[in-house]
Ligand binder design. Structure first.
Ligand SMILES: C[S@@+](CC[C@H](N)C(=O)[O-])C[C@H]1O[C@@H](n2cnc3c(N)ncnc32)[C@H](O)[C@@H]1O
Length: 367
């Protein structure tokens, strides 16, 4: 039986959401390019003419005073507010039916996969107290044992935010399908038996990994209960066996050497300075000798970005709920992985995809 999607906008809701997508494409396309052009064409030469060396810091004030930057910033902020309002309309309408579907799942012993939530988990900064991407109430919003609204919002926003940034698909499992493809390209012939997806959220990455590696035992951990409930409901309704746990990626609780493939999708830019190395050390601990580690994230590393993009990214930290974006951008992931105990010879940190549209930073190692 083909079930209707849990997040299911009406025609009018979809029209409104598509309008927001149009605004996002404008702001992430032409308007962002206008900022780059004014920066290279006149602001950077003016900074140099004042005898100052060019850096993100010296460029920031003169660039943010330009009309082009102000237009970009204002429309970026407004489009994010519009996005959340548009997504909330659908979320509120379908929240009850999502909870009913969750409650109607068969008893735990009869399910294909599992869901283990831990109300006592100490949720780490910044997820604990930041509305990441300005998502209303944040990822960890959790009003009742049947609350899937955080997951509905996350999925709904992903259908606008990701295509607005150049992703070609925003299906529930699109990120994981891409992840599985990139893993196979990086490690030809890989045949894992047990996979762990860190920071799995609603399972956009986990579910696609399950399709890419059929029959493989697959686990996902995240700190956000509402996202995990959504992921569990989606997996069970699709008949996919996935084991979700509410755990900190830096302390997963799995035994040493338990997995032969560990992945993540857009986790690291949302962690923190302390958490990033701790997560990599945990990967080292639970990855079997000779196992594979592959992470995919935003391509915002400063050595890979022009100065105008760096200033725009730093703006996102303050104004768009991205507290660790610059911290991640300034981290050399290859060095961080080696510092966590992985062999330098098998460690990689590269870029994949089209610059400016769907490009990703990929990094990992062989254990
Ligand atoms: C941008 S989402 C990505 C979700 C999913 N991987 C995807 O591709 O859609 C980042 C996720 O990382 C989770 N997260 C952040 N810090 C974490 C931590 N220390 N342990 C586990 N999950 C964490 C957040 O709750 C969120 O679901």
């Amino acid at each position: 039986m083909q079930l209707a999607p849990v997040y299911d906008p009406t025609r009018n809701e979809k029209l409104r959401q598509d309008f927001v997508l149009g605004v996002k494409l404008l702001v992430n396309g032409r308007m962002q390019q206008n900022v780059r052009d004014i920066s290279v064409g006149s602001v950077e030469p003016a900074v140099r003419a004042m005898g100052r060396s060019l850096s993100r810091q010296s460029l920031r004030m003169p660039l943010i005073k330009t009309l082009e930057f102000r237009q970009w910033a204002a429309i970026t902020h407004a489009s994010q507010s519009m996005m959340w309002r548009a997504v909330e309309e659908t979320t509120e309408r379908v929240a009850r039916s999502a909870a009913d579907r969750f409650n109607a799942l068969p008893p735990a012993a009869e399910r294909k996969g599992s869901l283990e939530l831990d109300a006592s988990l100490d949720i780490p900064f910044p997820i604990r107290d930041t509305e990441i991407h300005r998502q209303p109430n944040g990822y960890v919003s959790n009003h009742s044992p049947e609350d899937l609204t955080a997951g509905l919002r996350y999925l709904g926003s992903g259908q606008i935010y990701s295509p607005g940034k150049g992703a070609s698909s925003a299906d529930v499992d699109s990120r994981g399908v891409l992840l599985a493809t990139l893993v196979k390209k990086q490690f030809p012939g890989i045949e894992p038996r047990r996979i762990l997806d860190l920071g799995c959220g609603v399972g956009m990455s986990t579910h696609g990994m399950a399709s890419g590696f059929p029959g493989v035992e697959i686990h996902g951990v995240d700190v956000a209960p509402g996202l995990l409930r959504f992921g569990h409901l989606f997996a069970e309704e699709q008949g996919t066996a996935i084991h979700y746990k509410q755990r900190d990626a830096a302390a997963t609780g799995y035994p040493d050497d338990h997995f032969d493939l560990i992945v993540s999708s857009i986790l690291f830019h949302e962690t923190s300075h302390d958490k990033l190395p701790a997560i990599l050390r945990e990967c080292r601990r639970v990855l079997a000798p000779d196992g594979y580690m592959f992470h995919l994230d935003v391509a915002t590393q400063i050595e890979h970005q022009g100065l105008a993009d760096q200033v725009m990214n730093a703006w996102q930290v303050r104004w768009n709920g991205e507290p660790f974006w610059m911290g991640f951008a300034e981290t050399n992931m290859k060095e961080a992985i080696v510092a966590a105990g992985f062999p330098a010879a098998t460690t990689f940190a590269e870029y994949s995809g089209r610059p400016g549209g769907g490009e990703r930073h990929i990094f990992g190692a062989r254990g």
